[in-house]
Design a protein around this ligand. Structure first.
Ligand code: NAD
Ligand code: WQD
Length: 342
């Protein structure tokens, strides 16, 4: 068994897929999650894939004492992957304090405990949202960080700054911040996947729910963008590819292969797809037609963004490998498996 890794938010969408990859690579995982946006049943899904039930503690990362108890109970944690955060952009506009409190206090607690508990390695979930609408595409890590379009986005920008300042002051601490583009899909087993709370905000869960008949039609937000077909462009990355990058990042930190205290990497495919293109691809991948309606632009949306993943390709030796068609098939298999569980 390799090192013990603490995974906050490990019952969530990206966290659960990462726990699977960590366990498959021999790591001992301790999940901390308050289940505010996930279900305890996710642990069964993880166990059915890997054959190993991860240790789980229902703890709120804003509660420092409770987190400290986790470090003491599972002595010898050497690295933390910090997924735990609230992530709904629209909700963050309505409830900014909830977002600043949850996303930043949990990070402050983690950073303090890293120093106090001799767990100096952090992998942090950042987001391409920090770029806003980039001036140049594909966007590289040294592109300007634009004023955030939402309190959620701002928490990611502030979080990166807090991490930078903390590492500057204590050079025994190290962090890899991963800026995810648009994660989609589910584990190929369909035992774990994305569990949207209520009406999905994100495109792919809305597409699969429409395809299965939960939603009447997909609203395509805008066809008057300056893009070839007028709909907005994003870089959709398969969640399992994303999860694998976390294992590589943890290994890099544990083996002291990082080149600076804080390293930042884009995690994307390098290819942009429009809403209409990915919709077509979904229909081809699954043979299911998705009813759609073109409506106005969604407030706060940017026109187009896709990653330059060259730095992650070179430094991490990681590459997004899964085709759009494959990832969409897994999203559909997951939606169908959810229907059988109801
Ligand atoms: P998710 O909501 O599925 O997972 C987050 C998990 O954290 C949930 O299980 C939730 O219950 C838990 N959590 C939230 N606050 C907590 C707290 N205070 N204490 C303990 N647990 C807490 O979200 P996800 O899509 O898996 O996102 C994971 C991370 O990646 C987040 O930090 C998110 O901001 C970031 N991110 C997500 C995306 C995306 O599109 N999904 C894109 C970029 C970045
Ligand atoms: C993708 C495209 C929509 C729903 C958000 C966050 C970002 C990051 C990833 C965490 C857009 C269009 C969507 C629908 C549509 N999360 N769309 N109809 O907006 O790129 O990014 O998730 O860090 O911070 O903002 O992702 O999946 O919501 O939208 O037409 O019903 O699909 O307009 O062009 P987005 P998304």
């Amino acid at each position: 068994m390799k090192s013990k890794i603490l995974v906050t938010g490990g019952a969530g969408y990206i966290g659960s897929h990462t726990v699977v990859e960590l366990q498959n690579n021999g790591y001992e995982v301790i999940i901390v999650d308050n289940l505010s946006n996930s279900s305890i049943n996710v642990l069964d899904g993880i166990t059915s894939i890997t054959g190993i039930k991860p240790a789980f503690e229902k703890v709120d990362c804003c509660d420092k004492k409770a987190l400290e108890n986790v470090f003491e109970k599972y002595h010898g944690i050497k690295a933390i992957i910090h997924f735990a955060a609230s992530k709904a952009v629209g909700e963050s506009v309505e409830k900014p304090l909830l977002y600043y409190k949850n996303n930043l206090i949990s990070l402050l607690n983690i950073l303090e405990l890293m120093g106090e508990q001799d767990a100096p390695n952090l992998v942090f979930s950042s987001s391409c949202t920090v770029y806003g609408q980039p001036d140049t595409l594909p966007v590289t890590e040294d592109a300007e960080v634009k004023p955030a379009a939402s309190p959620y986005g701002n928490t990611k920008q502030i979080a990166e700054e807090i991490i930078r300042d903390t590492i500057h002051a204590n050079n025994s601490l190290k962090c890899i911040a991963l800026r995810y583009f648009n994660p989609v899909g589910a584990h190929p087993s369909a035992a774990i996947g994305e569990l949207p709370n209520g009406i999905p905000n994100n495109l792919i869960p809305f597409v699969t729910q429409t395809a299965i008949g939960i939603r009447e039609r997909l609203r395509v937000f805008g066809n008057d963008y300056n893009t070839p077909d007028g709909s907005a462009i994003r870089d959709y990355i398969y969640v399992v590819d994303l999860a694998k990058a976390h294992v590589i990042s943890v290994e890099r930190l544990l083996n002291n292969k990082n080149k600076k205290g804080l390293e930042i990497f884009n995690l994307g495919t390098g290819t942009g797809l429009s809403v209409l293109e990915i919709l077509k691809e979904f229909e081809t991948a699954t043979g299911v037609e998705v009813k759609k309606e073109i409506v106005g632009r969604r407030e706060g949306d940017i026109e187009k963004v896709w990653a330059d993943p060259a730095l992650a390709n070179k430094e991490l030796g990681w590459k997004a490998e899964t085709s759009t068609r494959e990832m969409l098939k897994t999203a559909w298999a997951w939606e169908k498996s959810l229907a059988t569980k109801k």
